[in-house]
Design a protein around this ligand. Sequence first.
Ligand code: PMP
Length: 306
Amino acid sequence: MSTPFLWHNGHIKPWTEATVHVSTHALHYGSSVFEGERVYATPQGPAYFRLADHTRRLFESAKVYEIEIGYSEEAINAACLELIRVNRMKSAYVRPIVFRGAGGLGVLQKNGAPVDVAIMALDWGAYLGEAAERGADVCVSSWQRPAPNTVPSWAKAGGNYLNSQLIGLEARRGGYDEGIALGHNGLLSEGAGENVFVVKRGKLLTPPASAGILAGITRETVMMLAADLGIPVEERELPREALYSADEVFMTGTAAEITPVRSVDRKPVGAGKPGPITQTLRQAFFGLFDGRTDDRHGWLTPVHTA
Ligand code: PMP
């Protein structure tokens, strides 16, 4: 899984040399914020997808928890680019993480306690494996997303992923590829690590940003690609049964990209295979990386390996 080098507190280091102490605050209290980004192999060489947007969200997440990153957004962007060059990668999944370090075991650390910043680049294929092509079999989880006034869902924090693990573990135990959760109000929220879209009579529907979801960058990408393609999109509250009566369902995420859903709770979605609008959006999305879709929104940042 590892690559030769990672970036840690301002330096490129061998993967094995970036270690932390067992008293690290984030280990005890979930006090990390992180990102998941992708580098795609384009005909012009490796390029980050929406790098600046991911870095901005990392800083916004840190701000919610009052974690001082200690580097500028530009420095983090530059480090992300450098990491791909030193590892000589053509494509990658990149994980920047910022966390409260070893500075005492109290829930609140003293001002000036250490904050670690690291960036890892991994060689990762499709997150949900072959489900990305055939369509995923998903369930509606018995676990709910946290209510908005408990832990904030817009901040991409390590602690949020305890809930995701419960959703994912239950799904796997039931033989599903992934679980989708309802929010505190009983309405549709999101998957363990993906946003959810429903296609109904030619229109894309997705729960609003206030539905206890992470405001996904792939979610926004899909909404913009749909607008470019003339496919109507509406953010609106959706009940669970919207999944059962949908013509198509798909999930989006940096890792999951655009993954069609072929069944929910063992009920087939539409024709029980990836539907035409999902396929059109997948083509437009992956076309960004092989040049078939014009990068009109300036989403790609070349790594410049030469
Ligand atoms: N929701 C959750 C809970 C996630 O972990 C992710 C993956 N980061 C997403 C949605 C999708 O977000 P993005 O498209 O920005 O990767």
